[in-house]
Design a protein around this ligand. Structure first.
Ligand code: ZN
Length: 428
């Protein structure tokens, strides 16, 4: 019997029947875009499902997008077959077509509980979908297989199906059919056996016995290194500054994407591999020079750090220079337009209805009042208070400010005043 949170299924939806792809023929330096087959998101049946009440985009807009052709060197190629996969409209169409999937699955496989060793164990299905990539999680293999059948039945009227080659059922901890863990959105998600200090615990104190690790997948590392390699090769004869300017956004963008996961080991590895590439780039430019000369020309080695730098102001960004910060999930039914400014300012440290200072304080205090430790509500009256009152020499700066409920602020001011009165000599 698998324990909670262990069995995981991964599905990749690809319309198998359609032979939909873009072919680029590079004859005579002229690019020709050929679209063949029925694209997954625009068959007539799919179009009919757009008319549901959950329609996000006006029908006309969507149809316009689908019918807009491709402009190539001033010539318009009308598209009869719809939007290309990987184009910017494609994820939106995927979201529109696949809306309601979670509801269907939850309705078909509701949560339940079972008694195990005298304890109630709760089982619940989870679905994570990003455009057409999705993961279904369930602690019970039987339920997972049922979920697969439900999904297939749900997709069928839209001419979609789970692609056999890309749909896998795996276990996150134990090897199931040869592999443990899975890749999703460029990350590998896996669990490892762990002692009680590295593992979370059940309510009664017994340890899970494993920890969950999310880190950049092997494929992501490879693709990223290939991107860096391509840029470095293109700049074999270019000035060092031009190379740095090209590499920095790639490195920062990649590292920021993975900064919410357990990526430090991957970042260190990427630093090292990037260094090796740059070292051979530098060596090829100066075949007759010594290694010491090359190092001093392209790296600022004097300060003990090897900074790949052409001038004092700029240097190559390091992957490990990006701080790893835990990702905080947005609550399920929250929307930025729901008017809950307390939640959003706490989450993002900014909100159009809230002043910058208040938003920063809300995030700092994690949405709680410093006086009564209760969460703020959107109906509450918030006031900014000087932790050390101005009358006692406190400064009007963010580090001396806190947000309080209005009534809590009254109490705090009263106690401040009392203190000032008691120690009149000290403050006068
Ligand atoms: Zn309060």
């Amino acid at each position: 019997m698998p324990s909670a949170q262990e069995v995981i299924g991964v599905y990749k939806i690809v319309d198998d029947n359609s032979d939909f792809r873009i072919r680029i023929d590079e004859h005579n330096y002229k690019k020709r875009v050929v679209i063949t087959g029925t694209p997954p998101w625009c068959s007539d049946t799919t179009r009919n499902t757009f008319q549901g009440e959950w329609m996000l985009v006006k029908q006309g807009t969507l149809k316009g997008w689908l019918k807009a052709g491709i402009m190539e060197k001033g010539k318009l190629f009308p598209s009869r077959q719809g939007t290309p996969q990987g184009g910017c409209v494609s994820p939106l169409l995927a979201n529109i077509s696949l809306h309601g999937m979670e509801h269907t699955l939850q309705a078909a496989l509701p949560p339940y509980r079972q008694k195990q060793d005298g304890k109630w164990v709760y089982y619940r299905l989870n679905l994570i979908r990003y455009a057409d990539d999705l993961v279904v999680l369930h602690a019970d293999l039987g339920q997972l297989l049922k979920a697969k059948a439900v999904l297939e039945a749900w997709l069928q009227p839209m001419n979609l199906e789970l692609k056999a080659g890309k749909t896998r059922i795996v276990h996150t901890l134990k090897a199931y059919k040869g592999a443990a863990g899975f890749d999703f959105l460029g990350c590998t998600i896996r669990q490892f056996p762990a002692g009680k200090t590295h593992s979370r615990a059940y309510r009664d104190g017994t340890s899970f016995g494993f920890c969950t690790r999310i880190y950049p997948s092997k494929q992501s590392l490879k693709t990223h290194q290939q991107a860096l390699k391509g840029v470095i090769e293109q700049h074999q004869a270019a000035p060092q500054q031009a190379l740095i300017d090209k590499l920095n956004p790639i490195i920062q963008g990649w590292a920021n994407y993975f900064a919410g996961n357990h990526s430090s080991a991957a970042f260190v590895k990427m630093n090292h591999l990037t260094f090796l590439k740059l070292w051979s780039w530098a060596k090829r430019r100066h075949v007759n020079k010594s290694r010491r000369w090359i190092a001093h020309k392209y790296w600022k080695v004097d300060w003990g750090k090897w900074d790949f730098s052409a001038s004092k102001d700029t240097r190559l960004s390091l992957h490990s220079g990006v701080k790893i910060k835990p990702y905080i999930k947005v609550k399920g039914r929250k929307s930025p337009y729901d008017g809950d400014w307390v939640y959003w300012a706490t989450h993002m440290a900014r909100h159009p209805e809230v002043g910058t200072r208040t938003a920063i304080l809300l995030k700092k205090q994690q949405g709680k009042c410093n006086w009564c430790s209760l969460h703020f509500n959107r109906e509450d009256q918030l006031e900014t208070d000087h932790i050390l009152p101005l009358s006692k020499g406190g400064k009007d700066r963010v580090d001396n400010l806190q947000l309080l409920h209005r009534h809590c602020h009254h109490q705090k001011t009263a106690s401040d005043l009392y203190e000032v009165k008691e120690n009149k000599e000290r403050y006068s």
